[in-house]
Ligand binder design. Structure first.
Ligand code: 3MF
Ligand code: MG
Ligand code: MG
Length: 415
């Protein structure tokens, strides 16, 4: 093929559409709707800006986001309070007018609101965190959390998420950690109590309150940096309703600090607190790059989904990633979201194949059966009895790779 001629701007969307078709393997909107996938308002509306980056896309309102999610087949929508309501309108009549418009847009397009979350990181009022020393900041945080809970009930949400964001500091010594965590617990307690009251008034079940940890950003030091820290916080005795509080782990947030995401999720599962899950991808020990699921670590993702499938996880998969800033407004809905959803579904299906694979099953059973050494005080005999069996660890890893690339179905490459 010779060098391609420049592609004029008015032909570029058609090119993207043609190459998307050529990719093939897309699921239908009806197939996509079978999964508990939620699209965040903020993910679609993200304009590509960052500390060192100007925006590359124009703003998008909730009407368009919800309409586009419906077309793609994303059945659920999630939002921060301030993604859709100006800060000055929070708790006022204007808020409820906007909420009524959201409700109508969701109903018109057959999309449900699954989750609402309070922005406690962006506005200048949170400079010293939502659990700041000044009591009026904490009273304002309590108002915001209770207000979000009421919005959630009005929109029919089942989940409310808290990423504490600025709960931490840049320089040590000014903030007393134990006091700050007590104050943070007061905020969660206020949210749970507002929920109990709102649920009673509306005749609805209470919401599931999910904490989300992130190890770095936006503070230099974070007081609850990991899901494990948050599990300990839930059981610290500071929460008045620990049974109402669980976790929303995020795949990349665990990877960022160097965890094995699958092991981090396993610990949350064992605690019975895996209620909500933010899905995306990225790199260890880097900032929060929020790449779409499966584009960096597909093998790790496959393993994560095997764990979740085999443990009956049935909560939402929240598409908390950021379409890259090289993607256009058109591309956000034509390429970014449908391909992210389809990679998730493909990996989920593969996870089912891994779980049912006869080779993996037999290898796993053999490992559990052991080599039959009878003297359990004899280390040498036990080692010898298991020596050949343990090669199956590597064989299982190879088999999972084969399933990832389709080699188990006969896919081969010529040399
Ligand atoms: C930041 C995040 C957040 C949280 C959101 C939900 C903007 O890295 O992941 O997304 O998920 O605030 O509460
Ligand atoms: Mg998140
Ligand atoms: Mg994140």
């Amino acid at each position: 093929m010779g060098a391609m001629k420049p592609v004029p701007p008015n032909q570029q969307q058609a090119l993207v559409d043609r190459l998307m078709k050529a990719c093939g393997g897309a699921y239908t909107p009806a197939q996509r709707r079978k999964y508990f996938l939620s699209g965040p308002q903020w993910a679609a509306a993200y304009q590509g800006q960052a500390l060192f980056h100007a925006p590359t896309r124009s703003p998008v309102g909730f009407e368009e986001v919800i309409r586009r999610y419906a077309e793609i087949g994303i059945g659920y929508w999630s939002t921060h309070d301030t993604d859709v309501i100006p800060t000055e309108a929070l708790g006022k009549d204007q808020q409820w007018e906007i909420v009524a418009r959201i409700k109508k847009t969701l109903a018109d397009h057959g999309v449900q609101c699954s989750m609402v979350t309070t922005e406690t990181f962006y506005h200048a009022v949170w400079a010293a965190s939502p659990a700041a020393e000044a009591p009026e900041v904490r009273a304002y945080a309590a108002f915001r959390l209770a207000n979000t809970v009421r919005i959630g009930h009005e929109l029919g949400a089942q989940f409310v998420v808290y990423w504490p964001g600025s709960l931490g500091y840049y320089t040590q010594g000014a903030v007393e950690e134990t006091q700050t965590l007590r104050w943070y617990a007061d905020g969660i307690n206020a949210a749970c109590e507002a929920d109990i009251e709102a649920a009673r008034q509306k005749g609805r079940p209470t919401l599931k309150h999910c904490l989300e940890a992130k190890p770095f950003e936006p503070q230099a030091e974070i007081l609850l940096p990991t899901s494990d820290a948050m599990l300990a916080f839930i059981h610290s005795g500071l929460l008045r309703h620990p049974e109402m509080v669980g976790l929303n782990p995020e795949y990349l947030h665990e990877l960022m600090w160097g965890a094995a995401p699958r092991a981090a999720l396993a610990r949350v599962l064992l605690a019975g607190k895996l209620w909500h899950f933010d899905i995306n991808d990225g790199y260890r020990l880097k900032h929060d790059v929020d790449i779409g699921i499966g584009l960096v670590n597909p093998l790790d993702w496959l393993n994560v989904l095997v764990l979740l499938r085999t443990h009956g996880y049935n909560g939402p998969f929240n598409l908390d990633y950021k379409p890259p800033r090289t993607t256009s407004n058109y591309g956000v809905f034509a390429v970014s979201f449908p391909t992210a959803v389809d990679r998730f579904i493909t990996l989920w299906e593969m996870a089912g194949e891994v779980a049912a694979d006869p080779v993996i099953q037999e290898a796993t059973e053999a490992l559990k059966a052991g080599g039959g050494a009878t003297d359990t005080t004899d280390a040498e005999a036990i080692t010898a009895a298991n020596r050949e069996l343990l090669t199956l660890h590597e064989l299982i890893a190879h088999r999972i790779f084969q399933i990832l690339v389709g080699a188990h179905r006969g896919r081969v490459y010529s040399v």
